[in-house]
Structure formats: structure tokens, C-alpha cells
Design a binder for this molecule. Structure first.
Ligand code: GDP
Length: 216
């Protein structure tokens, strides 16, 4: 049966220190754009993008929750780990503390708060700045192995391996051998704000709001 009308949803949370490039990775994947000066994520947002599993005649919807790395929003993010299928744990290859923070804080949060077996993926971002790399790749690979995580090296700036990473996630979840990204769904952007009692309010970001944001 073709289940394109009723796609399976994979919930992905993208976490890590502020400025490692979480929002940029999503923009590159969802909209194929990169901005040098991205506005800091406030509260959080989520985007969705569909992937077709060619050989299974099936569609997966990747829901990517950008949880904002700032200290003051850490309580917001906790709620989202619990039913996350995948956690993208991002660090910046030019910033050692961003990797240390992953080890000491973010990985622990996912392991403690997730109620399912969340797939862990360590993402080394900013591969275009390889000449400024301060984090030892071998050390990261060993660490990833020790926590049973996958490891990808990407660049949100030049898009290296960004699509490949999301396609691999789709393959691992569906068992498909051939997948393709469905373009033309860039309107699926939402914003969430933390409300009282650990609940969140989700609003769809309309095109007019996106434009407003850019000019202010
Ligand atoms: P977030 O706070 O983790 O969401 O990080 P942002 O996506 O806001 O990115 C922080 C800064 O890093 C911005 O100035 C981005 O332009 C820059 N940035 C993000 N990804 C890359 C990348 O792959 N390469 C380079 N050179 N800069 C990047």
C-alpha cells in the first residue's frame, strides 16, 4: 500500500551548545540556505521534511526540533527528549568546549530523559573550517563508539554531508535501500514557546512572519 498520505513520523531533536550551527544545519537541509548571521533561536522551533523510501513505496516525515542551546532554555529541551527517535548531538569542530559540553551535559540529558531507545548521532559541524579544527576527530570517534552513537562530519555552510546524514537516518528507520528527499515543503515551520507546567505552545510560522523577522 502506498502510505504517502499517512507518513510515518520520525522525531529528531537537535541539541548542543549555542552557536555550534544547529539552526544552520536545519536551514541547509530544509531550505537549502545558509546565513552567516543567524538570529539566535528563542524558545525553539521545528521543521518537517519528507523523505521517500523508493524501494518500499513509503514516505517518512522527519520532524526536526531545534531546542536552543542557551542555558536558560535547557528546561524547555528536556521535555522533548522523552519521545525523540533521534538525537543529533552537534559540536563545532573549532570549539573544544562545545564537544566537552556534549559529553558532560547533552548526552547525559538524552540518556536520562528519553523514554525510548533514542538513536544518538554525534555531528561534527563546520567541516569547511578544517584548518581551525581544535577537536581531535579520533577521540570523538572513540567516544561515539563508547556510547553506541553514529558519527557524521558536516558543514551547514557548504552543505557537505547534510542531506546524506538525514537520508541515512531515514534508511536506518525504514530499512529502505534507496531514499530521496521530497523538495517543495518548506512551509512546514513551527515555533514553540514554553508555557507553565512543562507544556509548550506550538505556532505555525507563516511566510509573512518570516519576512517580518528578516527586516527587523
Ligand atoms: P545554533 O545556535 O547552534 O543554532 O547555531 P547557528 O545556526 O545560529 O550558527 C551559529 C553561527 O555559526 C552563525 O554565525 C552561522 O553562520 C555559523 N555557522 C553555522 N554552521 C556553520 C558551518 O558549517 N560553517 C561555518 N563556517 N559557519 C557556520
Amino acid at each position: 500500500m502506498n502510505d504517502n498520505q499517512n507518513p510515518e513520523i520520525i522525531k529528531i531533536v537537535i541539541i548542543g551548545q549555542s552557536s555550534v550551527g544547529k539552526t544552520s544545519i536545519i536551514s541547509q537541509f530544509v531550505e537549502k540556505t545558509f546565513q552567516q548571521d543567524v538570529q539566535s533561536t528563542v524558545g525553539g522551533s521545528f521543521n518537517s521534511k519528507s523523505i521517500k523510501c523508493e524501494d518500499l513505496n513509503k514516505t517518512l516525515k522527519l520532524e526536526i526540533w531545534d531546542t536552543a542551546g542557551q542555558e536558560r532554555y535547557r528546561s524547555v529541551t528536556k521535555m522533548f527528549y522523552k519521545d525523540a527517535d533521534v538525537a543529533l548531538l552537534v559540536y563545532d569542530i573549532t570549539n573544544l568546549s562545545s564537544f566537552e559540553d556534549l559529553q558532560s551535559y547533552w548526552v547525559q540529558q538524552v540518556l536520562e530523559c528519553s523514554l525510548k531507545k533514542t538513536m544518538l548521532i554525534i555531528v561534527a559541524n563546520k567541516s569547511d573550517l578544517i584548518e581551525k579544527e581544535l577537536v581531535d576527530e579520533e577521540e570523538v570517534r572513540n567516544y561515539a563508539k563508547s556510547i553506541d552513537a553514529h558519527f557524521f562530519i558536516v558543514s551547514a555552510k557548504n552543505s557537505e554531508s547534510v542531506n546524506e546524514m538525514f537520508k541515512e537516518i531515514a534508511k536506518k528507520f525504514s530499512g529502505a535501500k534507496k531514499v530521496s528527499i521530497i523538495d517543495g515543503e518548506e512551509d512546514n515551520q513551527y515555533q514553540f514557546k514554553k508555557m507553565r507546567k512543562d507544556s509548550v505552545r506550538v505556532n505555525k510560522i507563516k511566510d509573512k512572519d518570516k519576512k517580518k523577522k528578516k527586516c527587523c
